[in-house]
Design a protein around this ligand. Structure first.
Ligand code: NAP
Length: 305
């Protein structure tokens, strides 16, 4: 009886939001093509035969085609020399049919990943990892348009929060994790939306009490159920980026996030589930970035993110 009266966080349905975003991208592709511009083109590049990477690359190419884009799949053997990969990237950079270049990471150890990412034309860097795009995000003014590619998972986090909360001006946001892939770009995107942002990491002191002051908590740590229910200010929005596979009693595994879902659910105002929260946004934002790059190449303004 008492349980029924407990306040419960509104679940943020990333799967539904991502599906809606994909529909908007498909409509954007149709609109672009109707202007006489070519279809947006996404080139995926996979070096080696890692099974998980093969699945990711295949699903990205398939989704691009479903949304009306042209998809170009490049597979290179595990022994491919760095020079050969760089030559392919130079060809893709010069090809006007290609608007986005995605090099699936991780690359084999004999290839210098930083050197490869640096070789991609920043305008076609739909993962947002090129140092020029990292620098643009790091120096972006409040509210300025995202007219350059932004890392996909952080962009998805910012879209979900904007949809759930509307204006975030003045809200205290804590980002747990400072990786270049997730934590830092999330923090920059929240600054752009006028949040007061605290970035934390493994050396942060008294993380729990910092968390208790936050209206928005973004957990990107890589440790199952790390963020506890009693760290959360009542009504706060909690975005769980973590994807952790843990063993279950029946010998199988299941996915859990970085936040203790059952503890946080009665306290938070909004909460993303794992799976079905941030995860589906990553590939949808890759498609969004590819369309944006194609719009820029056609001399059109980017759509609002
Ligand atoms: P990462 O590069 O390993 O970074 C983890 C961050 O967590 C680091 O900054 C680390 O601090 C911090 N950290 C570790 N222990 C901590 C502690 N005790 N207290 C506070 N901070 C601590 O991981 P990542 O690439 O950012 O990914 C984070 C999580 O998101 C992972 O579960 C990953 O699988 C998931 N992820 C999901 C998606 C998606 O599509 N949904 C995409 C990417 C990543 P230091 O810097 O001090 O080491």
């Amino acid at each position: 009886m008492a349980d029924a009266k407990l306040p419960t966080a509104k679940l943020i349905d990333g799967k539904a939001f991502a599906a809606g975003l994909q529909q908007r991208v498909a409509a954007g592709v149709r609109e672009l093509v109707a202007t006489g511009a070519p279809k947006p083109g996404l080139a995926t590049v996979l070096v080696g035969a890692d099974p998980a990477s093969q699945v990711y690359v295949r699903s990205k190419g398939k989704l691009a085609a479903e949304l009306g884009m042209a998809s170009f799949d490049h597979r290179l053997g595990p022994e491919t020399a760095e020079a050969e990969l760089l030559a392919l990237i130079a060809t893709l950079n010069a090809d006007p049919a290609i608007n986005g270049i995605l090099v699936q990471l991780p690359l084999p150890k004999h290839i210098d990943t930083a050197c490869v990412l640096l070789a991609i034309d920043p305008a076609k860097d739909v993962d947002g990892f090129h140092p020029i795009n990292v620098g643009r995000l790091g120096s972006i003014a409040a509210g300025a348009p995202l007219d350059f590619p932004v890392p996909c998972t952080p962009l998805g986090v910012s879209m979900l929060l904007q949809d759930a909360l509307g204006s975030m001006a003045g809200l205290n946001a804590i980002v747990i994790g400072r990786s270049t892939l997730v934590g830092r770009p999330v923090a920059q995107l929240l600054l752009r939306l006028d949040c007061t942002v605290t970035i934390t990491h493994s050396r942060t002191r008294d993380l729990a009490s910092l968390c208790r002051q936050a209206d928005i908590v973004v957990a990107a740590i890589g440790k199952p159920a790390f963020v506890r229910g009693d760290w959360i200010k009542p009504g706060a929005a909690v975005i769980d980026v973590g994807i952790n596979r843990i063993p279950t009693a029946d010998g199988k595994t299941r996915l859990v996030g970085d936040a203790a879902f059952a503890e946080i659910l009665p306290v938070a105002g909004h909460l993303t589930p794992v799976p079905g929260g941030v995860g589906p946004m990553t590939v949808a934002c890759l498609m969004f970035n590819t369309l944006q790059a194609a719009r820029c190449a056609a001399g059109l303004a980017v759509s609002a993110a």
